[in-house]
Design a protein around this ligand. Structure first.
Ligand code: FAD
Ligand code: EPU
Length: 339
């Protein structure tokens, strides 16, 4: 079965089969069945953070467990959201009910179940600022666990779901806490022009949607958002780099390190528009790799490898992919695939 509509790079790859779970029991049953036929199984949301390098020999399992339950007290609204709800639809759903807090995370593609995995973030807010807990099922034995936010070990584009709970685990629900003492987060781009005292969540939502529509490719152009993570480097290395490139954008981190802008590094290497076959560096945002036609996963990977080498050659910084690489039997190490 084709995975073309199930990966935002729009790669024409195939899986042995695609099945959909609407409940926890169904999810467990489908997982068990996939393994019984001696094939691997892969959970997928909307495929907006994956790169299929080739056809997948196993079962793609779509987790579409739905449901939004809201309770509140004097301090906050507490949302329990099924993994199969669409992230952006939840942002709209809360705003329509006058529940603020998710507006900075508007228009991030994907499902709720994927959001904790890389701790989605944009425009000064990350999931970790709002997440109370994540419910998971360990698929091999059916055990259900609730991890609180601390246990999720959230970091920049990172969480325990990329490490200890990376394999054979399904996220089935996410708990969010949205404070009733709302404070706008306006420290990014055009948001700075808004008035802190009078701004509404809706205005922030609209501004972010406009910025994103302007900067990011639309869904007709295959892409997976930022292909690489922004590199985190120590202050000494950052000082050396900034002495040579004083205009390099950077942001100091709470742990003492410095985060650089990978898009700027790639742009400085004059790679915007660079092509390998039907894969290209996006002209308007160099951190995004696009499928300009009939690209294959390997063409995208070859382009990523080239970008990584050129950036390392100029800046001595090795970029790490944010996108997850999927081979014939399952996930493969993305850095290894680019060596
Ligand atoms: P998928 O790509 O389907 O899956 C991602 C990984 O999670 C895979 O390894 C998959 O096996 C695993 N997985 C999926 N569902 C489950 C589950 N229920 N349980 C366990 N494992 C699961 N990200 C940001 O953080 N900020 C942004 O601003 C942003 N902007 C983007 C803009 C564009 C145009 C695009 C295309 C992507 C952008 N992204 C951004 C990346 C992407 O939206 C996020 O990573 C999103 O959370 C992925 O959701 P998904 O459902 O598509 O996950
Ligand atoms: N820049 C350039 N040239 C480029 C691209 C960027 O000079 O071609 C510069 C910009 O001018 C800016 C800096 O680099 O000074 C950062 O760029 P931008 O604001 O576009 O954000 P980003 O760091 O490239 C990150 C996230 C995005 C998120 C935005 C907004 C990562 C890897 N990416 O992008 O998330 O939407 O910030 O918060 O952290 C994603 O993860 O898929 C994603 C899109």
């Amino acid at each position: 079965m084709t995975l073309k509509p199930l990966n935002t790079f729009s790669l024409n790859v195939y899986a042995h089969q695609v099945v959909t779970a609407h409940s926890e029991n169904q999810l467990l049953m489908l997982w068990k069945h996939a393994l019984q036929i001696n094939r691997p199984a892969l959970l997928l949301g909307s495929g907006s953070n994956v790169l299929f390098l080739e056809n997948y020999t196993g079962t793609v399992l779509l987790n579409r467990i739905k449901g939004i339950v809201i309770r509140e007290d004097a301090e906050a609204w507490y949302l329990h959201v099924g993994a199969g709800e669409v992230w952006h639809d939840l942002v709209i759903y809360t705003l329509e009910r006058k529940i603020p807090g998710l507006e900075n995370l508007a228009l991030i593609p994907g499902y709720i179940g994927s959001a904790p995995i890389q701790n989605i973030g944009a425009y000064g807010v990350a999931l970790q600022d709002l997440c109370e807990y994540v419910d998971i099922i360990q698929l091999d034995h059916g055990t259900k666990l609730r991890l609180n936010a601390l246990e999720c070990q959230f970091g920049y584009r990172d969480s325990i779901f990329k490490h200890r709970y990376r394999e054979n685990v399904a996220i089935v629900a996410v708990g969010l806490r949205l404070s009733k003492f709302w404070r706008p987060v306006l420290n990014y781009g055009n948001l700075k022009q808004l008035d802190t005292h009078n701004v509404t969540p809706r205005q922030i939502f609209d501004t972010i949607c406009a910025m994103r529509r302007n900067k990011l490719p639309n869904s007709k152009t295959g892409n997976a958002g930022s292909f690489f993570k922004n590199p985190l480097i120590d202050t000494k290395t950052a000082a050396q780099l900034l002495a040579c490139y004083p205009d390099a954008p950077y942001s100091p981190q709470t742990n003492g390190g410095i985060k650089l802008a990978a898009g700027w590094l790639i742009d400085r290497c004059k790679l915007k528009g660079y092509q390998v076959g039907h894969a290209a560096v996006y002209e308007k945002q160099a951190l995004i790799l696009i499928n300009i036609g009939q690209a294959s996963g390997l063409e995208i990977a070859t382009l990523a490898k080239y970008v990584r080498y050129i950036v390392a050659d100029k800046f001595a910084i090795w970029l790490e992919p944010e996108v997850r690489f999927i081979g014939a039997e399952g996930e493969v190490d993305a850095i290894g695939a680019l060596l």
